[in-house]
Design a protein around this ligand. Sequence first.
Ligand code: KIV
Length: 275
Amino acid sequence: MKNNPEIPKKPRVVTTKTVTTMKKTGEKIVMLTAYDFLVAKYLDQVGTDIILVGDSLGNVVHGYETTLPVTVDDMIYHAKAVKRAVKNALIVVDMPFMSFQASLDDAIRNAGRIMKEVGVGAVKLEGGEYIAEIVKHLVKIGIPVMGHLGLTPQAINKFGTYEVRAQTKEEAKTLLNDARILSEAGVFSIVLEKIPAALAKEVTESIPVPTIGIGAGPHCDGQVLVVYDMLGLTEEFKPRFVRRYTELAEIMRTAFRGYIDDVKSQRFPTGKESY
Ligand code: KIV
């Protein structure tokens, strides 16, 4: 483990290059998701390195059961709101299901739309070896790519569960190989989702690009959480990898109850709150 990395005191503009350097200096990479202007603004204000406009917005914003229905237009709509708020963080946008899988043309056109219409720093693609050619092309034409291995929610129908991935020797070997291939194809970082910590450590030590873990233990080069999970808004979702930093659902209900009480009992608005 690298000790005492220099942690910048002042806000800095984060680029894919910054992220690469952070692996070398041992500074942990902090990533959180955002889907709207205000959350993105506060994440940026406190120095979050990477803001991911994740296709998890399908679940937490739109209420879908999976991320599969999310469209490129959905991603662009939310990413534009995030972009308006952010001054320093690197913004990465998920390529949703079927926006890149069918052909290289699709991948280039859709990644190009996201970069051109929103003006973000990079896109994220789920998948291993089979997306290597797409990654190579995107990187070649100037579109930085973040990879995503392990639990890849867009493949939920193939696996049928959200259990920990790569628990067998064979699956672990495949994941290590996928990480190496993605790294060689040119990704600037890789998300490792819900895999054993020992495997995440092995991946992290075996490739030059930073790994960003979610449910992948402490040895990754960075960590990511879905912002609504860490805020305690997704109350029923309780995997062990989510640490809740507040209980926003309860705070919101208390505020709403207070407002209901005040309106019903005519304590709101007062004269001071009127014109
Ligand atoms: O969509 C998302 O929010 C993600 C993170 C969980 C990494 O892919």
